[in-house]
Write a protein that binds this ligand. Sequence first.
Ligand code: NZQ
Ligand code: ZN
Length: 388
Amino acid sequence: MSFEFSYQNPTRIHFGENALENLPFELSIFGEKVLLVYGTGSIKRTGIYDTVMECLLKAGKTVKELSDVTSNPTASKVYEGIALSNSFQPDLILAVGGGSVIDCAKAIAVGACTTKDFWDTFFVKRESPEDALPVGVVLTMAGTGSEMNGGAVITNELEKKKYSTQHGYMYPVFSILNPKYTYSVPQEQMVSGICDIISHLMETYCSPSDDDIITDALIEAILKNTLSSARIAVKDPYNYTARSNLMWGAMLALNGILDFGKMEDWMAHQIEHQIGAFTACPHGLGLSAISANYYRRVLPYAPNRFARFATNVFGISSEGKTETQLGYEGIDALESFFKEIGAATTLSELGLTTESPLREMANSCRRLQGGYRKWTKDEIYALLLESL
Ligand code: NZQ
Ligand code: ZN
């Protein structure tokens, strides 16, 4: 198979323990008014808030704050941010936090540049934004890759729908990545981020083309490094190399560079988003809870892909095994790894113990073309049921 691509990624990345030294330069590019967006308190506890605020004030900025952005950010928070933005008219939105804070900032950035309803227009109908305010990022946790992509995921808490959208206007203009900022991330959230990185890599890897293209080799290398860095970070959260690898790996896993030549799947994510809409669970743990069963259901459509995964990622010997046997062993190894690092491998670990919401979850799930197969609503329901 021949493949073609065009690629541009406009986000400037500043990476390393001194990365924040680049913030004054970045701030100098924009006007006086900054809307500072952050979460539910971690940046105040870690001191990152004070450091960033000092930079902003030194740069002569007028700052308004939107705080209390929760994990799985809500549409109502975005509406609040759009209203604030419309009255304040910021020159820059500065998101300081993890994927939730960044996604909320991105949704405000496009929502503030239209008179249309942001949820219906960009997240339900997925229309293109007319314009966007610039978003800058100081990242405090590794996982989503939102710091270098044009995607955002918002939960409409009234409709119980967690939907994603993406557009070129939503790439951050700059992102500051200091691995040391991730030291204080609670273990459960760190593990969630790790599972998210792995899932982003798998969503692309487990899809055609099955020709031996560079993309597959790159993904295998990052998967292997993520597994080994995760094992180190779980035992030694202050290991700078492991934390750097995870932060860098997360950025690479979803900045578009690993999509070339691959159809991509993304159905595990669509299913997890509805689990998140009903439970508000950490995104990566929703993914780890369904991933093994998900891939066991994909394997019969592409045994060679999963055999390759078992050998090249987990180093499992192929001797005397069919591709199918080997493939299942690879998926078992992935599930064991999730258990080893303390990730959920069932939905009940996320507090979902009854079957009652599963049908609605399955029915409200966005169904994409998928990588090797298209899922029916009944199959999604069956997957959720067996993952309870
Ligand atoms: O509320 P705050 O104070 O920010 O605390 C957060 C939150 O409680 C905390 N935290 C973050 N950095 C910390 C820290 N605590 C201590 N020290 C630090 N340095 O960790 C908790 C989780 O943060 P959150 O931002 O929710 O996590 P994550 O980065 O995993 O983001 C998850 C959201 O991103 C979406 C997910 O669906 C979910 O809504 N995704 C976004 C994507 C994108 N835009 O490309 C792709 C992903 O597939 C994903 O769907
Ligand atoms: Zn994800």
